[in-house]
Each structure stands twice: as C-alpha cells, then as structure tokens.
Design a protein around this ligand. Structure first.
Ligand code: SF4
Length: 418
C-alpha cells in the first residue's frame, strides 16, 4: 500500500527530484518552489548511484530506470534528510514503454530498503495517480512550459557559443544569470506569457550574440537518443563535456520537441484507434497555442542572425515522410529519426546516438534507422553508443573517437573542395 502525498505534507516535506536536464530543470524547479513546495533537485553522481540502482532494481530493466531510482535511493541514504519528511517525484508517461512503470519499480525498491513509508508522487498529465497535496494546476503547467522554452533557448545558445568564446565561461555565466532572473520573474508571477516572455527571449538572444567569439571551424556533433540519456550527464557519462573537450560544437535537440511529440501522439491515437473526439480537438487547440510560443523563440534567434535556428516541430515531423509511420511512437518513436535527419540538414552531420540498455523502442528508431538516414543524407556520420552499468567509458570514448576521425577527414575534404 503506497503512502499518498497529503495536503498537510506540502508544508514541511522536502520533495526530491531526479535531475534529467540541468539547464531546463534548474529553471522549472523554481516553478514548484513558487507554488509552495520545498524541492531539491538531485545532483548526486558517481558509482554509488548505479550501485544502488542495481541493488534494488532488476538488472533487466532499462538503464535510465536503474539510474533514476539509484540516484533517489543514494540521495536518501547518503543525503542529510529526515526520511519521515521527504517525498520523491518520478515521471509516468502513460505510454506503451516501461517509463510508465518506473513509479512502481521505485516503490518496490523503497520497500526493499525499509523506506516504504516515503510517498512517491507520479508526475503525469494523464491523471494516472492522484495525490491530494500535489496538483499540476493550470499555472504550474503554464510556467513549467515557459521554463522549458527558456531552457531550450539557453541550451541552444550556450552550446553554439561556448566552443568559440574568447573569454572562457561567458556563455555559462549568462545561463546562470538568466536562470536566476527567470526564477525571480516566476516568483513575481511574470515573464511566462505574452510580450514579457517575448522581451525576455529577445534579450537572451541579444546578450548571447554580444559574447565575443573566435572564428574557428569546429566539428559539429548532434546528440540524439532516449530522452534521459540524451540530456542527463549522469546517464551519458558527461558526453557533451567530452565532445567539447575534443574540440566539437554540440547540438542537442529541444526538449519541447519531445513534449509536442507526446501531445501530438494523442491525436494519432484518436486517428488510429478511436478515442474521444473532444480530447483530440482540445490537444490540437493547445498545440496551436504552443506553436505560437515556439515561433516567438525561433524569431528571437533568427533576428540575432548569429545562430543556427531549430526548424519548427511541424516541419521536423515532415522529414520522416516515406520513412516511418507516425504510429511508431513508443519511446522517442518517429521523432528520433526525424531529429537525426534535421541535425544532418542543419550541418550537424556527425551524430552520437545514445542508446540505453534494455530500450527496445529506441533501438528500433535509432540504430534500426541509421541505414535509412544515411541513404537519404549521404553526409551523415552516425555512431550508436550503448550505455549500461557494465559499459566502460573507455570503450564508449573509443567508438566516439572513430566517428570523430571520420568527421575530421570530412571537414578537411570540405575545406579542399570549398
Ligand atoms: S524509452 Fe526505452 S529506456 Fe526509456 S523508459 Fe522506454 S524502454 Fe526504458
């Protein structure tokens, strides 16, 4: 019997949140703080995390589950928390893959280590589990959405600036400055809609454009894969840092793209399997409004004239035409293949595809689609990298180095042909 998170608990319980994407989650965390929750975004790393994951989760389960559950249990055991005053939060997608079951795996793991009394909150948009003390209100959702839009923009701008900056650290300092500023905006109930958001998006682009950069040619590498592996440095062994240290510029597709894809799937479901007409129409309406914000963010980037601007979600979707059906929507589904095509079209022809152990859906749409992608875009240079508890960093890095060697050759050839 699981312990619900009650209204009384909201006052003095600390909610522990696993950190999937540092830039996005640092901003989004403040949304919950502003709505009266005490939250801690976890940053515990190291071998203890996966050790705890393997101790309490079956080793056949997918790697992100082992990491997320391991990180939570490691934090409880080694952090300075009163276990009678904490709650945990975990996402529940409600889709067909195992991400719907992480919640139950976590509860089982807690029981095994005599922590069954700790409430676990399901973060989902489908009303799958209700907790009286934790409600995703309209304003929380709206602010969280804006936090992710800002997060995507900051991530894209920082990634395109950091490798070229004359004074090291300026891009990261701007990310920190804007994270603080946006947190303050949200605390004062502003900056997350309309003209105020537009002004912030424009200012962010202007400030990044002002950072002095060197004109050097770098290898451009895109990162795709299962959502946790793609963003989480804990999951992908700090892949982005490694690539940047090897002299690359890194592009990671937007988190909003995944959220649009999740909502869009509800419309596909209605088309293929029936379902409530009204909820499909409502989703369509909401998506239209969200696309307006996506446009606002893209326009801010375009105006600065200095950055590679991501294509709109609806355009990205078209890239899969003739390759994959939109009914392929387990895990990252058709979106992952579309992201690879988009990266190649945008000049990020070298791609690392992060694949976690135990993830059948993403092996199909990632590794399984590499041949189709390279047939369509001859310049694509893609390497799938497996992540699991026994995979050594050295092995992963060696495979990435081979991909980078080809990338360097291609860069030289392009220079000669220019
Ligand atoms: S997408 Fe793959 S790794 Fe992620 S929860 Fe589903 S099966 Fe597991």
């Amino acid at each position: 019997m699981s312990t619900p998170f009650t209204k009384e608990m909201k006052k003095d319980y600390t909610i522990l949140i696993p950190n999937m994407s540092p830039i996005h989650f640092n901003i989004a965390k403040e949304v919950f703080v502003n709505h009266g929750y005490k939250v801690v975004l976890l940053d515990n790393q190291g071998p203890n995390v996966i050790r705890e994951g393997l101790r309490y989760v079956h080793n056949d389960i997918c790697y992100p589950a082992q990491l997320v559950i391991g990180q939570l249990i490691d934090a409880i055991k080694h952090g300075d928390y009163d276990t009678n005053k904490i709650a945990l939060v975990i996402t529940q997608t409600g889709g067909g893959c195992r991400a719907s079951n992480y919640l139950f795996l976590l509860r089982k793991a807690l029981e095994k280590c005599n922590l069954g009394h700790v409430p676990v909150i399901s973060l989902n948009l489908k009303g799958m589990e209700k907790n009286p003390g934790f409600k995703l209100t309209f304003f929380i959702l709206l602010q969280a959405y804006s936090a992710f839009v800002y997060g995507d923009l900051l991530m894209a701008l920082a990634n395109q600036t950091r490798p070229y900056e004359t004074k090291a650290g300026e891009a990261d300092a701007l990310v920190a400055k804007w994270t603080e500023y946006l947190s303050d905006c949200f605390a004062h109930n502003r900056g997350y809609i309309g003209w105020a958001m537009k002004r912030n998006l424009n200012r962010i682009c202007d400030e990044f454009a002002l950072i002095e950069t060197k004109k050097v040619e770098k290898i451009k590498v895109g990162i795709v894969g299962e959502i946790y592996m793609k963003y989480s440095p804990l999951g992908n062994n700090h892949l982005q840092d490694y690539l940047e240290a090897q002299g690359c510029e890194v592009m990671v597709p937007s988190l909003m793209g995944f959220l649009y894809y999740g909502a869009d799937n509800a419309i596909t479901d209605r088309k293929y399997y029936g379902g409530r007409f009204i909820s499909a129409k409502l989703t369509q309406f909401v998506l239209k409004q969200l696309y307006k914000v996506e446009k606002m963010s893209r326009q801010a980037m375009l105006k600065s004239g200095k950055f590679t601007v991501p294509i709109p979600y609806t355009e990205m979707k078209k890239l899969d035409e003739g390759l994959l059906d939109y009914g392929v929507k387990m895990g990252e589904g058709w979106l992952l293949t579309a992201e690879m095509l988009d990266l190649v079209h945008s000049g990020y022809t070298n791609i690392v595809c992060t694949q976690p152990f135990g993830c059948l859906p993403n092996h199909i749409v990632a590794k399984g689609m590499i041949r189709a992608v390279t047939e369509r875009t001859k310049e694509a240079n893609i390497v799938p990298i497996d992540y699991d508890p026994s995979a050594t960093g050295v092995n992963q890095e060696n495979r990435i180095k081979l991909m980078l060697a080809i990338a360097r050759e291609n860069l030289e050839k392009n220079k000669e042909n220019a």
